[in-house]
Design a protein around this ligand. Structure first.
Ligand code: FAD
Length: 386
């Protein structure tokens, strides 16, 4: 390592770009190099599940191209450049045959989609959508199609289901659980979302899984065979069965990893001068694959990179579920919190409050007309870090 080596940030998603934006507010001069496996185009990933509702294709969702970002932020951006290793001893990143020295290294390389081991000869019609390039490929493949099957009824599966119905597509959702978003919503709120999506025309096949995806006899679509013996026809399939923080390269470099790359609240990994944030990071024991936590991390880490070591403090961070047919917001209680859900409900309008034994509100989920109460409720819930 030399003193002249730049700060290197791997990843140009919301984490990478938010960090550089925050850093440049404090330091205009220190050289920064960003390295990304993709095209480096700036976009807001949450918008990928709103394309039809907002009438925007992949091009419309792009916010700024790489050259504009590099100029605006005063950084060098190396696109289509995949990191293949980290040599923490030498303070070098390995990029295939090349090495790139760093003074400080930030890993903001996101999470991988989980891929199911499906049988059948129609798997090239199964799309995972985890970045703008994926979305572009999906929209192109969908041209002329009318029917989409979605595997997974979590937040992303439900959002795509609503968005595709808004775009006029036939939508089937297949998921093993008894209801939607089981890890996020208490049952009455989940049932309200499922009910409203059904009213919108989404067909749910719950309590079962997709086992095979085969080409249609006429070759213009696929036939899905479900575990319960049912079959479905579709033009394309979206796989939305979950994400896993990218830890492999960190593990190979002997950084501590758990569910994600483990960092403390100053976003420091176990290796000197190496930091992580965003979907790849496990911050103080928590993997939170959402925007608000990564923004808080970006603000804290920007200060640390200027020499003022700063720990992240998470406030209360409600999650808005983008199902306009049933507006929904949720602030899950802390994992393992003692208490129970108290439910107020009228048809699909649900207000669920998670109360501790001494009556404190530790979390909430609101749907329908109660969704407008999200800000007020968020003020009642204690922040993750007091
Ligand atoms: P990413 O955006 O995945 O960026 C990773 C970057 O690392 C990319 O530039 C990639 O090319 C690069 N990279 C990866 N590996 C390498 C390598 N080996 N070498 C070089 N570069 C590499 N969150 C919310 O809070 N609210 C929402 O409403 C919401 N909606 C969502 C809807 C969808 C459809 C999806 C998929 C996610 C949604 N999320 C939402 C989650 C949120 O978008 C993510 O938490 C956030 O965008 C993650 O950003 P990131 O920068 O950490 O990762």
């Amino acid at each position: 390592m030399t003193n002249q080596a730049p700060i290197v940030i791997v990843g140009t998603g919301l984490s990478g770009y938010s960090l550089v934006r925050e850093f440049r507010k404090l330091d205009k001069d220190t050289p920064v190099v960003m390295v990304t496996a993709d095209d480096g185009v700036s976009y807001s990933k949450p918008m990928l599940s709103t394309g039809f509702t907002k009438d925007k294709d992949a091009q419309g969702l792009a916010q700024a191209d790489t050259e504009a970002m590099a100029e605006q932020l005063g950084v060098e951006i190396r696109t289509y450049t995949t990191v293949t290793g980290i040599d923490t001893g030498k303070h070098e990143l390995v990029l295939g045959d090349e090495r790139l020295g760093y003074s400080k290294l930030v890993l903001a390389w996101g999470a991988d989609v989980i891929r199911l081991g499906l049988a059948g000869n129609g798997l090239d019609r199964v799309h995972s959508i985890n970045d703008l390039l994926d979305y572009r490929a999906f929209r192109k493949a969908l041209e002329g199609g009318k029917r989409v099957a979605i595997m997974g009824a979590g937040l992303i599966g439900c959002e795509f289901a609503n968005d595709l119905r808004n775009g006029g597509y036939e939508v089937d959702v297949v998921a093993p659980d008894a209801t939607v978003m089981p890890s996020l919503l208490p049952e009455p709120a989940a049932e309200a979302v499922r009910h409203e999506l059904t009213e919108l025309g989404v067909r749910f096949h719950l309590g079962t899984v997709v086992e095979r995806v085969d080409e249609d006899e006429d070759g213009d679509g696929v036939r899905l065979t479900l575990g319960n013996g049912e079959t479905l026809q579709a033009d394309l399939v979206i796989s939305a069965v979950g994400l896993r923080p990218r830890t492999e390269l960190a593990k190979a470099a002997e950084l501590d990893t758990g569910r994600g790359i483990q960092v403390n609240r100053a976003l420091e990994t176990s290796a000197e001068d190496v930091y992580a944030l965003g979907d790849c990071a496990e911050v103080d024991g928590q993997v939170l694959l959402y925007v608000l936590p990564l923004m808080a991390c970006a603000r804290a880490l920007a200060k640390t990179l200027t020499g003022e070591r700063t720990e992240v403090r998470y406030g209360t961070m409600p999650i808005m579920v983008k199902t306009p047919c049933c507006p929904t917001a949720v602030c899950p209680p802390p994992v393992g919190a003692e208490g129970n859900w108290q439910i107020e409900q009228e048809a699909s309008d649900v207000k669920a409050l998670f109360k501790s034994p001494d009556g404190e509100t530790l979390g909430f989920a609101v749907t329908g007309r109660f969704a407008v109460e999200k800000q007020a409720l968020a003020r009642e819930v204690p922040p993750l870090h007091q």
